[in-house]
Design a protein around this ligand. Structure first.
Ligand code: SAH
Length: 397
């Protein structure tokens, strides 16, 4: 087993069971991509078994902090079984579930979603890549399923120096799937959809949005960054009479339109606008001057503007701008559901950005909901970076 020695003082994060070690913390030692190494402090104390990633800034990702644990097929089986058992306790209102959420489940870089009878995996770290076949076998054994599709096409692969890889890893067949979420049916394609096919992390917020639309009596809803219309279906289920989905992806909007019909809603209640959200909000604001209208509810669920803290400042401006425009386009008493899925923007910073947007818009609001990722995308005590998705439900005062 190869040994990696850290610089003096750099053992602190592993001692706190945080699984990452950055390049600058390593004093000595090297290994192949994904190889398991023994990590020691400057004075030779055991810290962790970790996967070595020669190209990534995150040079080591810890598999285990237990000196007696072996990183082998049995290890992956234990971790995978435990993660799946945790989901079984959550009573998730869907047959589409995140089974493995990377670091939070002690499996850095590995994401696995289950869509009915199909598993979809992202191997986003050199370590996960190295153990791919072992992990695939353990996943099939733990779930009793036979189909596993690989979607190793996230940006993290590039940072790890790994090529894009997609396709069936186990089993084969159709990549189109229909899932049930709450009372709704939604379709996706595991080969072509964003991420592994769908944004499962917003499941709970979509349910709460449907309830809020009903509770606050929202009739007109503007769903910005709608993707395939999850929040639009929720709005219709909540009784909205006019819902507009805005997204720059034509295929996603085609699905949004199909989802309205699939769930038995009148097509006349929904419009799909293939457009840039920023330009759309500005245009709506401009139209206000000539008799344009405001909305009873607006959803802002943009893509990751700040993947890391390094991008936070520019991202903050972008978030502030869309939130400012949305505040101005809301009716009095209207509901804003605003999100950030940027790991680089902490919840308190997001709150400040939204407050700044309100200030610029000359609007105050009541925070009626604090939203986060559904519980099958768990946060752990030792890994604050896991808190990537945050949202606020605000009633315009
Ligand atoms: N709310 C969705 C997920 C949104 S993901 C759900 O619940 O499923 C972000 C979406 O923003 C993607 O569909 C992407 O196509 C879209 N997008 C990214 N940049 C955009 C822009 N500038 N204007 C419009 N849509 C954009």
């Amino acid at each position: 087993m190869k040994k990696i020695t850290l610089r003096a003082g750099k053992e602190r994060s592993l001692l706190k069971r945080h699984p990452w070690v950055f390049e600058s913390s390593v004093a000595r030692g090297s290994a192949d991509s994904g190889e398991t190494v023994r990590v020691e402090s400057a004075d030779g104390q055991f810290l962790a078994w970790a996967a070595f990633s020669p190209q990534s800034q995150i040079r080591l990702r810890a598999w285990s902090f237990d000196a007696g644990e072996r990183i082998d097929a049995a290890f992956f089986k234990r971790r995978i079984d435990k993660a799946i058992a945790m989901r079984a306790r959550l009573a998730i209102a869907s047959d589409a579930v995140r089974l493995i959420h990377g670091e939070a489940d002690g499996l850095p870089g590995l994401i696995v979603d289950r869509y009915v009878d199909t598993l979809v995996a992202q191997f986003g770290s050199a370590g996960a890549e190295r153990w791919k076949a072992t992990i695939a076998d353990a996943l099939l054994a733990a779930t009793g399923l036979t189909r596993l599709y690989e979607r190793s096409d996230a940006q993290a692969r590039e940072w790890e120096g790994l090529p894009v890889q997609t396709g069936w890893l186990r089993g084969e067949g159709e990549t189109a799937v229909t899932i049930r979420e709450h009372d709704w049916q939604l379709t996706l394609d595991v080969a072509e959809g964003h991420k592994t096919g769908y944004y499962l992390d917003q499941r709970d917020s979509r349910r709460r949005f449907a309830d809020a639309v009903r509770q606050y009596g929202c009739h007109s809803v503007l769903n910005c960054f709608s993707y395939t219309g999850g929040f639009s279906v929720a709005a219709l289920a909540g009784g909205a009479s006019e819902v507009i989905s805005v997204d720059s992806s034509g295929p996603a909007l085609a699905r949004a339109t199909a989802h309205v019909a699939l769930n038995g809603f009148d097509a006349g209640r929904h419009q799909a606008w293939d457009a840039d959200v920023n330009a759309t909000l500005r245009r709506c604001l401009e139209e206000l001057k000539h008799g344009g209208r405001r909305f009873d509810a607006i959803v802002l669920d943009p893509p990751k503007f700040a993947p890391t803290v390094a991008h936070a400042e520019r991202a903050a401006r972008a978030y502030k701008d869309i939130n400012r425009l949305a505040f101005m386009l809301l009716n009095e008493g209207g509901l804003l559901y605003t999100f950030s899925c940027s790991g680089g923007i902490a919840p308190d910073l997001f709150h400040k950005i939204v407050a700044g947007a309100g200030l610029d818009a000359g609007v105050d609001g009541y925070i009626v909901e604090r939203l986060s990722a559904a519980a099958d995308h768990p946060q752990t005590v030792c890994f604050p970076e896991g808190d990537y998705l945050k949202g606020l439900g605000i009633l315009k005062r």
